[in-house]
Ligand binder design. Sequence first.
Ligand SMILES: [Zn+2]
Length: 101
Amino acid sequence: MIRIYQAQDLPQAQLILDLLDQHNIQALLQNTNAQSAMGELPFTHAYPEIWLKYEKDTVQAKQLIADFEQPISHEQWSCKSCQELSPVTFDFCWACEAPRD
Ligand SMILES: [Zn+2]
């Protein structure tokens, strides 16, 4: 088993588990609440961890999680020609095709 991700909280961990499940990647949720086997680490807040069942899924799972974590931008820019709003990912106005700036 491969540890792929440490979530901030349980709901976030569950979202990622669902995401992986939708792509037929088998993963398990592990809680780090359990004592460290080494017994040397200081106690810290326990975060839920996502573990992959199969190592072959590692690359795909990492990509899915990276996409998941990417904030969706809702920023827009206003066209100087027609004043329409276009997403920041557009270099040209969607309405009149005027270039941005
Ligand atoms: Zn325009």
